[in-house]
Design a protein around this ligand. Structure first.
Ligand code: FUC
Length: 339
C-alpha cells in the first residue's frame, strides 16, 4: 500500500492510501472522514478539495457522525429513568449529534501499516456535557483499506457516565463520478423488508414500522433507483426522495446488505448494525459544488449504518444506551467491485 500525506488546510491533513490495483482512498482528520475514493481517476464518492470547503459548504459528506446519528425528537433523550436535554440544531430536533459535532472536529490520527492492509486510526475525546450528552467519551474511528478494495470503518468508544451513543459514517456515493448527474441511473439491492416512515417534513419518525414488500421501496431483488424516486409513494413525495431508515432482515456482518450498481462498477455494503439510513441527497436546486460540478437533486446516496433514529419513540428499533465503562464497538464495510 502506498501511503502519502499532505496539508488539507485549516490545520487538517489529507492521508491517501493507494493499493496495488491502483485504487485510491483518502481520509482527513477533519471529521475523521473519507474525502475521496477513486479508480482510474473516476470519483466513486462525493468530496471537496480542501478542509475549508467542508467548513464553508457542508461538513457532513464522508464524515463520522456522532454522538448520535439522525434526528432526536425535541433533542430529548430518556434513559436510566432520567431525561436529558440535548442542544437542538435542526428546528426542535438534535441532528447528527448537534452543532459542531464529530463531523467538524479535528481528530488525532495514527497510520497503521499491516502486510495486507493500511489503517488510519482517528481519535477524539468528547467532553462530559458536550451538546448536552452525559459522560466524557473516548472515541476512535479506524478506517482501513486493503488490496481487495474493502474499505472498513471500525468504531470503538467508552464513556465515564451512562450515556447514549449511535455513530455512523456519512459517505455519499455517486458512481457517475460527477455530482451533477443524479444517481437515478443506479441500481440498488437492499436486504430489508421493513422501513421506518417519517411523520412530516421535520423528518422525525411517525412512530411505526412498515412492511415495504411489493412497494416502491422494495429493493430486495434489486431495481433502478429511478423507479422508486419517481413513484408517488407518500413517504417519497414527503421528503423529495429517500431519507429513511431501512431495517435489515438479518443482522450479520458477513452478509451483503446492500449493493449499489452502475454498469460494471458496484459497491457492496456490510455492517453489524441493524439498520441503514438511505438518503438520496434530496437537495433540490441547492447545487453545492463538488470538484467544479453543481450537485443535482439526487446527486448522491448514503448508506448510514446505525441503530435507526427514533429508538426513543419506537424501542423495537434498538437500544442506543451505553453504560459507564462499557466498550462500544461497531463495524461497517464498503467494498468496491469492478473489472
Ligand atoms: C442525512 C439525512 C438528513 C440530513 C443529513 C445531512 O443523514 O437523514 O435528512 O439532510 O443527512
Amino acid at each position: 500500500m502506498e501511503i502519502t500525506t499532505k496539508d488539507f488546510g485549516m490545520g487538517a491533513t489529507l492521508i491517501s492510501l493507494t493499493n496495488k490495483k491502483g485504487v485510491q482512498i483518502s481520509f482527513t482528520n477533519l471529521g475523521a472522514r473519507v474525502v475521496e475514493w477513486q479508480k482510474e481517476g473516476k470519483h466513486l464518492i462525493l468530496g471537496f478539495d480542501s478542509a475549508k470547503e467542508y467548513l464553508e459548504k457542508d461538513s457532513y459528506p464522508g464524515a463520522t457522525i456522532g454522538r448520535t446519528a439522525g434526528r432526536i425528537k425535541d433533542g430529548l433523550i430518556e434513559f436510566s429513568q432520567k431525561a436529558v436535554q440535548l442542544t437542538q440544531n435542526d428546528g426542535k430536533q438534535t441532528l447528527h449529534g448537534g452543532a459542531d459535532s464529530f463531523n467538524s472536529k479535528l481528530w488525532l490520527y495514527e497510520i497503521i501499516e499491516k502486510p495486507d492492509k493500511a489503517s488510519v486510526k482517528f481519535s477524539l475525546v468528547s467532553n462530559d456535557g458536550e451538546n448536552g450528552y452525559p459522560g466524557r467519551m473516548e472515541v476512535s474511528v479506524t478506517h482501513s483499506f486493503d488490496e481487495e478494495n474493502n474499505w472498513e470503518i471500525f468504531y470503538e468508544a467508552s464513556s465515564d457516565k451512562d450515556t447514549v451513543f449511535n455513530p455512523t459514517g456519512h459517505v455519499y456515493f455517486n458512481l457517475n463520478g460527477d455530482a451533477s448527474i443524479p444517481v437515478e441511473n443506479h441500481e440498488l439491492q437492499l436486504a430489508a423488508s421493513r422501513f421506518v416512515p417519517l411523520k412530516d417534513k421535520s423528518e422525525i419518525v411517525r412512530g411505526d414500522i412498515v412492511d415495504l414488500r411489493n412497494s416502491p421501496l422494495d429493493f430486495r431483488t434489486g431495481k433502478s433507483l429511478s423507479e422508486a424516486l419517481h413513484s408517488d409513494l407518500e413517504q417519497i413525495v414527503l421528503v423529495g426522495g429517500i431519507d429513511h431508515p431501512f431495517l435489515l432482515d438479518e443482522v450479520n456482518l458477513e452478509k451483503e446488505q446492500a449493493r449499489l450498481t452502475l454498469g460494471e462498477t458496484s459497491i457492496s455494503v456490510y455492517t453489524d448494525q441493524p439498520s441503514i439510513v438511505i438518503f438520496t441527497a434530496n437537495f433540490g436546486d441547492l447545487g453545492t459544488i463538488y470538484h467544479d460540478k453543481a450537485q443535482a437533486h439526487h446527486g448522491g446516496i448514503t448508506f448510514e449504518c446505525q441503530v435507526s433514529p427514533g429508538s426513543q419513540q419506537i424501542p423495537e428499533l434498538g437500544d442506543i444506551s451505553l453504560k459507564a465503562g462499557e466498550i462500544y464497538q461497531a463495524t461497517s464495510i464498503y467494498r468496491l467491485n469492478s473489472k
